[in-house]
Design a protein around this ligand. Sequence first.
Ligand code: ZN
Length: 283
Amino acid sequence: MPELPEVETVRRGLSPAMEGVVIDRADVNRPDLRWPFPERMAERLTGQTVQKLRRRSKYILADLSSGETLLIHLGMSGRMTVSGDPLGQFVHEHPITQKHDHVVFHMANGARVTFNDPRRFGAMDLLQTAIADDHKLLSVLGPEPLGNDFNEQHLIDAFRGKNTPVKSALLDQGIVAGLGNIYVCEALYRGRVSPRRKAGQISATRVSALVPIIRKVLQDAIEAGGSSLRDFRQADGELGYFQHSFDVYGREGEPCRTEGCGTPIKRITQSGRSSFYCAQCQR
Ligand SMILES: [Zn+2]
């Protein structure tokens, strides 16, 4: 499932193909994904210039010249591919249409952007740009972890009196937007905080320390995604999925990498999701 760094990588990969470019034609090949598409979606996209391609949490937002914004959510299995870009960044030939190519954007610069989603947990919607933040998916979101509103005081205030484990608190999209299971595990490991510790019981100093750690974990992953984009010419044109090495996520039973530790990494289930941590280093 794509997390924030993967979505940001997709956004960066789409940008040269879409930003400032007219959508010559949009093919909408079915009525819905997770939810029905907005009415007349193909018509409302056709002829519009993508003025800006933004990201909010795990959503890609394309601001159109019509005053509407196209919201794209990759869901569990949504994939975006770019082919045929004349700028030479994407030298892939247009592929033969695949099953599950649900939406295809034919860009005026010759690029073709395809949204493929076999499981259809993805979503697209059109919102009025001016009031996009009021959309039901966006209005519930807390600050962006890489933005200025996510800071030490914000996290201290959000954790104060909270009886839930810190793991759940960081997954709460109202506290910080876009953090998912993988990067929360990684951040807590780097911050040496046990995922089981109650958020309200962590000292202000340790909570504050988590802020730059969370940013760094995400920035490192975005950087890894950036390298994957540079290798893009050899790839199949698919954006956003790249190889990672995690310090703790997915390493159950393997030795902790902290120098002098080596304790086997533990896995527990919290709110139905796996938490990986070192019981020795993380308190
Ligand atoms: Zn350890």
